[in-house]
Design a protein around this ligand. Structure first.
Ligand SMILES: [Mg+2]
Length: 226
């Protein structure tokens, strides 16, 4: 099929490539409970995480703590969170397997990652499942020195698009922060980028997908329409 080689597909990681419902979501919950000294329902954690445009899970944890009437310093949150997350990370399971990226690579499309996941945690996952060879560009939480330019700032996306050397593309995300990043990217850099959304409809645009097969078809269609 004749897709333009000036197009790429860029992925968010958590909730798109890997299911973090048993890892990061519980790291937020358990960390918040540690500081609040009371139980926080997991549904409340997910509601706050997905609907408020917060990309970073440490900040999402702070938001949960505040929502339940508590407070803590970000420094203390990070320390507790990281320890809890590392005890949970082997519960993560791939949503998109190697075969999926194999098929996409067969279309001759350069692939990228723009994620808020810290590098150590990203490499732990991608090495475990041998995903690293599929991506020409990875922008993680540690790639950009200036904190204010990291995801969800559109510069993170811009950096990835530029280093892939493409003119246009697709971003696949699963949160309000993902969509806001794409929207701001279009405004700031005045370049086209199609957004595809996974999960609950909490953003005003984007094709939803519910299975990898479904996503592959949505991507093929979007690539043809670029
Ligand atoms: Mg995500």
């Amino acid at each position: 099929m004749g897709f333009s080689k000036t197009a790429s597909v860029i992925f968010d990681v958590d909730g798109v490539i890997v299911d973090v419902s048993q890892s990061y979501h519980y790291a937020i919950k358990n960390t918040a409970e540690y500081f609040l000294k009371r139980e926080v329902p997991i549904e409340e954690v997910r509601r706050i995480k997905f609907s408020r445009g917060i990309n970073n899970d440490w900040l999402a944890t702070l938001e949960v703590i505040r929502e339940f009437g508590g407070n803590a310093s970000l420094e203390d949150i990070i320390e507790v969170f990281n320890e809890l997350y590392r005890s949970l990370r082997d519960k993560e399971r791939l949503i998109l397997e190697r075969e999926f990226f194999e098929r996409l690579k067969a279309l001759d499309i350069p692939l990228g990652i723009v994620t808020g996941r810290p590098r150590e945690d990203l490499f732990y996952l991608f090495e475990k499942y041998e995903l690293l060879p599929y991506f020409e560009c990875i922008v993680d939480e540690d790639t950009i020195e200036q904190e204010e330019l990291r995801k969800p700032h559109p510069y993170a996306l811009h950096l990835c698009v530029e280093s892939l050397g493409v003119e246009k593309g697709i971003y696949v995300g699963d949160s309000l922060a993902d969509w806001l990043m794409v929207r701001d990217y279009r405004r700031l850099y005045e370049k086209p980028l199609t957004y595809i959304h996974v999960g609950e409809r909490i953003v005003p645009e984007g094709v939803r997908f519910t299975s990898p097969l479904n996503l592959f078809e949505a991507l093929q269609e979007a690539l043809q329409n670029l």
